[in-house]
Design a protein around this ligand. Structure first.
Ligand code: PEP
Ligand code: MG
Length: 553
């Protein structure tokens, strides 16, 4: 093991690495390093039998596709099969075969021909931009797996091991994240990534203890025994087997206690705070009863469509939403209309190339160009609501002005959706929450984006994590203003960004006047306990402290 920049842990000899904890829980086990990209050897062999080279290249490509399809058929992770099948389709593209044959015809050996053929495709996708350019990562994955097979090297990506392991990676590609399961992967540590990156959101939805933005993790070695604390962000290297076993035993006991946690969210003196779930599909909705959440506070509908080339029909959407709403067992669900565009492009949204996608046509703004996509979605939601009798609240992402809020909420009401609100993710919306609440039935604060826009710090940038910290007083000020506007209007104001999942911040948010907290299923029990331990007056005192820039050590 080689660990740089390490600090000795208090009272222990094991070196400590610091990152950002993004999914609570502790785990200890051996490190499995993410397979590296295969490199083509400097020495290019002479091609003596082009037919044999072509046969080898195409066979390797076909095994890669078979493997992806096998994993798609075997996975139980929501959304994983679609991503893996879409990646397998890339490997089976006939024009790829043509390009490989053509490269071999020009004297390239099998592995080199695969590399050249994929290079051509890569350039094509990058030129197309937007959603197609985003698929470059999947293309690279197919290339690397095929090249590794041809060179007889270990396959890149999430490793296969006989025993559960702690995955250590630079960062994860979407195709990697969908193959993770808590049974195989005890914990996750990445060198890069930020607290609100999609790697972090996925780890939380799977309940895998995770630490991101941990630069020193790059020096961990294969098989090192380490302990990961997804709450504090600490990683301890060089621990002993007894210590590892004790950590995992404690964690199992903690999880068993968490699983038994039930009941509505409330402070010690009975002030109610609805605890809700963030979900992306029907299996997420099923967790509502499992963790005894009071409903869903954020259904991210765009997750259902990220791999779609065409706009889904109203009928298809009704079927999807009916599945999700049907799992709610009478509990409320807040459905967010498509938060696509810019960094989450959907091919059917006709996006232009943008210099600053985070400041571009995203969220509700995509309806300026493609209003039918929004009206179809509202119609489908209303039909699914009728079919299931579910309590549906609908809200729009990325609303900046009271005018936009009026436009959206009128439209939703006209479509037969009686409760329509908006997200507060842009400082302008927080500053003008009072005006917005003249139209919106409720507000939901998206602290991930609100932090990004308030502190002018890209939410994906691990290096700016201190600015994106939800304890930043400027962010708390905007939350306070929004919550006060809600109290004045007698309307609910929730938080559905990752800040809501923090047990130490939850009482502060309640003290600021927030009425509900929405988070991943794995966070519910800890937040429920944290609220039960304080009175409303204590929450208010903690909020005053936090606004003054003071936070728990
Ligand atoms: C947010 O911005 O806080 C939010 C909940 O939306 P998303 O993370 O999907 O952008
Ligand atoms: Mg957002």
């Amino acid at each position: 093991m080689t660990v740089t920049g390490k600090t000795p842990a208090a009272g222990a000899s094991a070196p400590e690495l610091q990152g950002i904890g993004v999914c609570p829980g502790r785990a200890a086990g051996p490190v499995a390093l993410m397979g590296p990209r295969p490199r083509l050897p400097a020495q290019r062999p002479e091609v003596t039998d082009p037919d044999a080279e072509a046969e080898a290249a195409l066979a390797a490509l076909s095994v890669t596709a078979d493997d992806l399809e096998r994993r798609a058929a075997a996975t139980t992770i929501p959304g994983a099969a679609e991503v893996l099948d879409a990646t397998a389709m890339i490997a089976r593209d006939p024009s790829l075969e043509e390009s490989i044959r053509s490269a071999i015809g020009k004297g390239e050996p099998a592995a080199w021909a695969v590399d050249v053929a994929f290079d051509g495709f890569r350039a094509l996708l990058l030129d197309l931009g937007g959603y197609m350019a985003e698929r470059v990562g999947d293309l690279d994955d197919v290339r690397d797996r095929t090249v590794a097979r041809l060179l007889g090297l270990p396959l890149p990506g999430v490793p296969e091991r006989d025993v559960p392991f702690i995955l250590v990676a630079d960062d994860l590609a979407p195709a990697d994240t969908v193959t993770l399961t808590p049974e195989r992967v005890l914990a996750l540590v990445t060198v890069r990534g930020g607290p609100t990156s999609h790697t972090a959101i996925l780890a939380r939805s799977l309940g895998i203890p995770a630490v991101v933005a941990c630069p020193d993790a790059a020096s961990l070695g294969e098989g090192d025994l380490i302990e990961v604390d997804g709450t504090t962000g600490r990683v301890r290297a060089g621990i002993g087997a007894h210590e590892a076993a004790a950590t995992n035993r404690d964690e199992r006991a903690r999880r068993a206690a968490r699983a038994a946690s039930r009941g509505p969210g409330q402070t010690a003196d009975g002030h109610p705070v609805a605890l809700l779930l963030n979900i992306g599909d029907a299996s997420g909705a099923a967790a509502v009863t499992k963790v005894d959440a009071e409903g869903v506070g954020l259904f991210r509908t765009e997750f259902l469509y990220l791999d779609r080339a065409d706009a889904p029909s109203i009928g298809e959407q009704v079927a999807l939403y009916t599945g999700v709403l049907g799992a709610m067992a009478g509990r409320k669900i807040v459905v967010r209309t498509l938060d696509a565009g810019a960094d989450k492009p959907l091919p059917f949204l006709e996006q232009d190339e943008e210099e600053n996608p985070a400041l571009g046509v995203r969220g509700l703004r995509t309806a300026r160009r493609s209003p039918d996509v929004l009206t179809d979605q509202l119609e489908a939601l209303a039909l699914a609501q009728q079919a299931t009798g579910a309590v549906v609240w609908v809200m729009a992402p990325m609303v900046a002005t009271a005018g936009e809020a009026k436009w959206f909420t009128d439209l939703a009401h006209e479509h037969g959706l009686p409760v329509a609100g908006v997200m507060v993710e842009i400082p302008a919306a927080a500053l003008r929450a009072r005006d917005i609440l003249e139209h919106a039935d409720f507000l939901s604060i998206g602290t991930n984006d609100l932090a990004q826009y308030t502190l002018a710090a890209d939410r994906m940038a691990g290096a700016l994590a201190d600015l994106l910290d939800p304890w930043q007083p400027a962010l708390l000020d905007l939350i306070r203003m929004t919550a006060e506007a809600g109290l004045a209007a007698g309307k609910s104001v929730g938080v559905c960004g990752e800040a809501a999942a923090s047990p130490s911040l939850a009482p502060v948010l309640v003290g600021l006047g927030v009425t509900s907290l929405s988070m991943s299923a794995s966070a519910i029990a800890d937040v429920r306990d944290a609220l039960a331990a304080v009175t409303l007056a204590e929450c208010r005192a903690l909020a005053t402290e936090a606004l003054a820039g003071r936070r728990p050590a």
